[in-house]
Design a protein. Structure first.
Length: 306
């Protein structure tokens, strides 16, 4: 069996476990909000800090890799904007846009260490620093223009949300400590590593708990288009950009994985807050989460021929 597919089986198994726990009522629906908040505010930042601060980036193509991945999201944003002339209501278009540009970095982090080793793990953690602010700004602007909510975030609020984002702060602190040689070992490093190990299982179960199969019936044609953007067009864009910037090997495979990850559950929350089509967004997240099990191994496999 393909090594990537083998690594994905336990990841999607944990996602399925989260869905079963929510569906059975074993863990009440409202408790998952707390799990999400704990993971996002504390556990995942600990994981990112621990990984980046102790990683050895000597010899890794971190610069060209980050340029390619950042441009990949910019290109996907431009492609999604090019679809605006379609006869689609504004709120539905915002969800189509989010579907094309948002990615689930948690699935990537869970896969990276197993499938790509320490090199892939180190590069995967770095991706969050440039992409979190970029994607959030793009999506908020599109929702502000074409969403239907009366709540219009101002630039200062969006800026503060980015500056205080715990994932970005963790990445920057981790990079600083890596450069200065701080907290490579000792109680702080061990505490961050221990907390970080709890992040991915909880996040993956929360992803499963949020799956909504009934939403797959919402706007089936638009849903098919948004899924195609995420799992067919995006991987191609990231792979092509990677080759243009001389990225190869593990780093190129990682770019393919980033392009083919499922949609992010955060897109549903933003759609509900700012007047997007939340139902379509829920369907997109559910469909891409299911289909990514096939898409990710395929696109990663294609990079072995490049």
């Amino acid at each position: 069996m393909n090594a990537v597919a083998s690594a994905l089986i336990p990841i999607f198994g944990v996602i399925a476990l989260g869905w079963a726990m929510r569906r059975s009522g074993l863990v009440r629906k409202e408790l998952w909000l707390g799990v999400n908040r704990l993971s996002y505010q504390a556990l995942l930042p600990s994981l990112l800090f621990s990984t980046i601060s102790r990683a050895d980036y000597a010899g890794l193509p971190a610069g060209s890799f980050l340029i390619a991945v950042t441009l990949g999201f910019v290109v996907m944003g431009a492609l999604c904007l090019a679809l605006k002339p379609l006869p689609v209501p504004g709120p539905a278009y915002t969800s189509l846009f989010q579907g094309g540009v948002r990615w689930n970095g948690f699935v990537l982090l869970a896969l990276a260490g197993t499938a790509f080793g320490t090199e892939g793990n180190a590069l995967a953690a770095l991706v969050f620093a440039p992409t979190v602010p970029l994607i959030n700004v793009m999506c908020v602007v599109v929702l502000t223009v074409w969403g239907t909510s009366d709540v219009k975030p101002d630039a200062r609020r969006v800026g503060m949300r980015i500056v205080t984002n715990p994932l970005i702060i963790a990445c920057l602190l981790g990079a600083a400590c890596n450069a200065l040689g701080l907290f490579q070992t000792g109680p702080v490093a061990d505490t961050a590593a221990l907390a970080g190990r709890a992040a991915l299982p909880l996040i993956l179960m929360a992803i499963g708990a949020g799956l909504d199969f009934s939403a797959l019936k919402a706007r089936p044609k638009l849903l098919m288009l948004s899924v195609s953007l995420k799992l067919i067009i995006a991987p191609l864009v990231f792979i092509v950009l990677g080759r243009l910037f001389g990225v190869e090997g593990v780093a190129l495979a990682l770019l393919a994985a980033i392009g083919s990850t499922p949609g992010a559950a955060a897109a549903y929350v933003l759609a509900a807050e700012l007047g997007g089509d939340a139902r379509l967004m829920a369907g997109h997240v559910t469909a891409t989460t299911l289909l990514a099990f096939l898409a990710m191994p395929f696109w990663i496999w294609t990079t072995s021929f490049l």
